[in-house]
Design a binder for this molecule. Sequence first.
Ligand code: SF4
Length: 77
Amino acid sequence: MPYKVTVDRDRCRGFACCTRIEPKVFQLDEEGKSTVVAPQGASDRMLLLAAEECPTEAINIVDEESGKRVWPRPQWV
Ligand code: SF4
C-alpha cells in the first residue's frame, strides 16, 4: 500500500512534529515550512503517524494504488 505524501504549505505552521517523527522525510525549509525531502524515506505506518500528529492537518497522504485519500480522513474534510 504505497503512500504518496505531500505538505500543504498554506496550512503548515512549522510546529515540526513531522520533522521530529520522521526527519528523513520531512525537513523545515528556510521559511520554516515543512517540505518532503525523501518521500520513500519511511514506512506507510510512520508517514501516517506523522500526518496524524500535525496540528494543522497540513500533511496529505494518498494511496497511490487506489488513488484514495488516506489523510486527512475523507469524512473530516
Ligand atoms: S507538523 Fe504540520 S505544521 Fe508542523 S511542520 Fe509538520 S506539516 Fe508543518
